[in-house]
Write a protein that binds this ligand. Structure first.
Ligand code: SF4
Length: 478
């Protein structure tokens, strides 16, 4: 295998990767200048970019940290609003450290991957309580001291807030670098990950590392996109091997048509000559001409998410003045930790369904008489590793017809909330979809969520509701 040291003048890159996948010194200097010039002219006006020029170094790092955590797995357009609200409520690390987890979860509600908000909060507390309010000042110590901060986030904070010359690799960078150097092996494999980090560290600009890293990510987000890259508008077109390969193929095809081989169009060598290169497209996978540059990068096959079904009961109690809904807080660990949801029970048997009374019993509740009970259909929500189907049933009952076993359940984890309180509570997007299904089933004029995939299961009202004998203690009025 032909190998040499990765080029670049940063002095911090020692890994060897095959020559064909490297950037020469000249290419590194071209990529830096072209990308920074493009970034200066084209960068989007994003709120965290203004914060990143704050003269207070801790404040700068905090602002970058919040934005980077929110941007993990979430689109920029969605993050902007959350970011602005977050920074308004907790403008400093100290403000965040003095908040409660409940408030943080409420603020994060709808953004998904809830452990991110919790980790940010725990990190802020750690900085304030254990580090005298001083953020760790380089990538290694950020990585070491802050919960939820991985190699990427540490590199982003260090380069953007501290101007430390360190590269970073996220999904956008993987795509751009893989295309630039025709890296077609599984992008989640260790040799590819190592090579991408080596390239990112070699190519990052010494003078403007933060801007350079953002320019690489910006290019991936706006030009070198996953499905429809705009190569004609790309400042790195002349340095891009994936683009060169497509051009070579186009020239070959046109020569075949005209039967004229042009010397001017002589094919330059871009292919890797290394034997069994761990960065090249594997032999058993074919390069798809019609896919062009989107042949790169490639991901190994994802494991299919596991199927789960959960019975959910939206219990509405009518009080003399309002309607309230029972919600309960999930455990502090695991999926959607600490968030609130309607009483639910995981279904184990295939195709199993449960009457609402069985779901409620799990939560220490019995409805003696329901004025209305209605099947609200199924709501599907895809988590990263679970394909969850909620089988939703709505029950409406008078205040005096609901009995709660408050002594034998963890009462602090149960609350009755009005619609308004529900809308402000720390509940997941999935539970908001469930509530919409309930609202549209009980009040057909309510528009159902675009996001929710309701089945064609027609809501049916059960008019033969029978009173159930109570085995709970009578409700106290105290
Ligand atoms: S030329 Fe095309 S494939 Fe290459 S980096 Fe630019 S946008 Fe991406």
């Amino acid at each position: 295998m032909v190998k040499r040291k990765v080029s670049g003048d940063n002095g911090n890159v020692t890994k060897s990767i095959p020559v064909a996948h490297q950037l020469s010194d000249l290419e590194i200097s071209e990529v830096r200048s072209k990308l920074l010039a493009w970034y200066d002219a084209n960068k989007r006006d994003l709120p965290w970019r203004k914060q990143a020029s704050n003269p207070d170094i801790n404040q700068r790092a905090y602002a970058v940290w919040v934005s980077e955590i929110m941007l993990q797995q979430t689109q920029v357009a969605t993050v902007i609003n959350y970011y602005n609200k977050w920074m308004k409520k907790w403008p400093t690390l100290q403000d965040l450290a003095s908040a409660s987890l409940e408030e943080v979860n409420e603020m994060w509600s709808g953004l998904g991957y809830y452990s991110r908000g919790r980790r940010l909060f725990e990190g802020a507390k750690k900085v304030v309580d254990e580090l005298d309010g001083e953020m760790p000042k380089d990538a290694d110590s950020l990585l070491k001291h802050l919960p939820g901060v991985g190699k990427y986030t540490a590199g982003a904070i260090a380069s953007i807030a501290y101007n430390q010359c360190t590269g970073l690799v996220d999904g956008n960078v993987i795509r751009v670098l893989s295309r630039l150097r025709m890296i077609g092996a599984d992008s989640t494999s260790q040799p590819v990950i190592d090579a991408l980090w080596s390239l990112a560290n070699a190519v990052v600009d010494k003078e403007r590392p933060g801007d350079f890293n953002q320019s690489l990510m910006e290019l991936g987000a706006t030009v070198c996109t996953p499905k429809s890259p705009d190569c004609a508008a790309c400042p790195l077109r002349n340095n891009c091997k994936a683009y060169a390969k497509v051009e070579q193929q186009r020239i070959k095809n046109s020569e075949k048509l005209t039967s004229i081989a042009s010397e001017k169009n002589a094919v330059i060598d871009i292919e890797c000559l290394a034997d069994q290169c761990s960065l090249c497209l594997p032999d058993m996978e074919t390069y798809d001409d019609s896919a062009g540059v989107t042949n790169y990068p490639r991901k190994g096959k994802k494991r299919a998410p596991r199927e789960e079904r959960t019975a959910v009961c939206v219990l509405c109690r009518k009080t003399p003045t309002d309607e309230e809904f029972l919600i309960r807080q999930r455990p502090e660990k695991g999926l959607l930790a600490g968030l609130w949801e309607f009483p639910s029970k995981l279904l184990v048997g295939e195709g199993e369904s449960l009457p609402y009374s069985d779901v409620l019993i799990e939560h220490g509740v019995e409805v003696l008489y329901a004025t209305k009970k209605i099947r609200c259909g199924e709501v599907v929500h895809i988590f990263s590793h679970i394909h969850q189907t909620y089988d939703v049933e709505g029950v409406i009952a008078g205040d005096s017809d609901i009995q709660e076993d408050t002594e034998n359940r963890d009462q602090a984890r149960y609350r009755w909330v009005t619609r308004q309180q529900f809308s402000e509570a720390a509940v997941s997007t999935a539970m908001r979809k469930v509530f919409k299904a309930f609202e549209s089933a009980t009040n057909p004029k309510t528009p159902s969520s675009k996001d929710s995939k309701l089945t064609k299961l027609k809501p049916k009202e059960d008019k033969n509701q029978k009173s159930i004998a109570s085995f709970f203690k009578p409700k106290t009025t105290a």
